[in-house]
Design a protein. Structure first.
Length: 387
């Protein structure tokens, strides 16, 4: 595709088209906002963010007690950008005076960023799907059609939970749907899944005085891997160690859950080896997320693990002009599911788009200087830390 910054505007408008832009970014979470900031620095005209709810909506849905796992610290001036910052010149630690912000606090930081960077967000637009239309991409939304030369998919994972295909999952409740652990009915709780969300649920439930059983296929809490996308973060590990002193948490690390069934008021959780656990309250499903690319799965290829395939500049291998940023990104077997990881790819996408529009890419040097430009993916191939 060889496009210029104005080609979109030469095309005839369809009667139900409500908006056209050079670049549409779907989702105003950290990925969408950080990406929009890079495009602003590149002076790309007509960049619009479409958001189904409001800026930082996923973080406003976090359970009340949940906190950021990755710590915030204002090291920006020394080239060590706050791990949770979406730009090299901002810091949630500085804005919020918190090391581990809550969801709503972090959403406040995102709202400030939108205002200070002067980004163009339209809220209340729910993107329902997309399709190519000649050289453009047409987005189907709840309000009508939107036309763009480039679409950057930044709709995240949190609002697209997965029940792990467990039969009877409707008797449980996904961890992302819980607002307060203290509201969980009864005195005992079962959590299915033992990674970050499962351990966060267990710690929150134990703090509310519940006796918790965590059922996991493998003991993720014992995994010793240098990649925090695979092993429990130090923050969660520390919280778990403290919470376990109450003797309210049992960790079972060899339970392959086959299904949930309900009779009268009792829910039974069945494991492949014949064991079962009974409870009167809905088991918590900490079974992960299917991700928002499930909404546009006709336009991405997916690998054996169900992750979207992208080119070296994070463009769909199936639909040119459609880019992916954020927590669903994967390269060389590494998940970019933390902000400090996926933010390093905004500049790569920015360079691809600016290059095709014939725009100057010099402003990206600031990103390289500030460790926010990861184009050598071999850097991610960390082996275990030596200590
Ligand atoms: C339990 C848990 C703890 C986590 N802790 C950390 C942490 O400590 N540090 C860290 O770096 N990461 C953490 N993460 C990962 C974190 O969720 C992601 O880093 C971050 O939210 C991803 O940002 P995003 O912009 O890709 O997605 P989101 O924050 O989900 O933003 C997507 C936005 O898109 C909007 N949207 C969705 N679908 C549509 C649509 N169809 N049309 C229009 N708008 C749409 C949503 O409303 C939302 O505002 C955690 C995740 C979980 C589940």
């Amino acid at each position: 595709m060889n496009r210029t910054a104005s080609s979109t505007h030469n095309r005839a408008t369809r009667h139900d088209e409500i908006l056209r832009a050079n670049v549409i970014i779907v989702g105003a979470g950290p990925a969408g906002i950080g990406m929009a900031r890079v495009l602003r620095d590149l002076a790309i005209p007509e960049v619009r963010l479409l958001e189904r709810e409001r800026v930082g909506a996923s973080f406003r849905r976090w359970p009340e007690d949940m906190r950021f796992i990755s710590p915030s610290f204002t090291g920006n001036a020394f080239g060590l950008t706050d791990l949770n910052a979406i730009s090299y010149d901002s810091s949630p630690a500085f804005a919020l005076k918190r090391e581990h912000p809550s969801g709503p606090e972090y959403a406040d930081y995102l709202e400030q960023a939108v205002e200070i960077f002067g980004l163009n967000v339209t809220s209340g637009i729910d993107v329902l799907g997309l399709e190519p239309d000649d050289d453009d991409i047409l987005l189907h939304t709840n309000e009508g059609l939107v036309r763009a030369q480039f679409v950057i998919w930044a709709a995240g994972q949190f609002q697209y939970p997965s029940d792990g295909d467990i039969p009877g999952a409707e008797h449980g409740q996904h961890s992302s749907r819980v607002r307060r652990w203290a509201d969980h009915a009864g005195e005992d709780a079962i959590v299915i899944g033992g990674y970050e969300s499962g351990i966060d649920a267990a710690v929150g439930l134990a703090a509310a005085g519940k006796r918790v059983t965590v059922l996991s296929r493998s003991p993720a809490w014992d995994r010793n891997d240098a990649d925090p996308s695979l092993a429990l973060s130090p923050y969660s590990r520390e919280r778990l160690d403290t919470a376990r002193r109450s003797n309210l948490i049992s960790l079972i690390g060899d339970a392959d859950i086959l299904g949930l069934d309900r009779s009268n008021n009792e829910i039974r959780v069945l494991a492949a080896d014949g064991r079962s656990w009974k409870t009167h309250s809905r088991p918590i499903l900490a079974t992960g997320f299917s991700g928002s690319t499930s909404l546009v799965d006709d336009w991405f290829d997916f690998d054996d693990e169900g992750c979207p395939s992208v080119t070296a500049h994070d463009e769909s291998t199936r639909l040119p002009g459609l880019f992916l940023v954020g927590s669903e990104l994967k390269h060389r077997g590494h998940l970019f599911c933390y902000i400090y990881k996926f933010r390093q790819r905004f500049a790569v996408v920015g360079r691809a788009i600016a290059g095709r529009l014939g725009m100057d890419t010099d402003p990206l040097e600031a990103y390289r200087l500030n460790n926010m430009y990861l184009d050598d993916l071999a850097c991610c191939d960390i082996e275990n830390c030596r200590c």
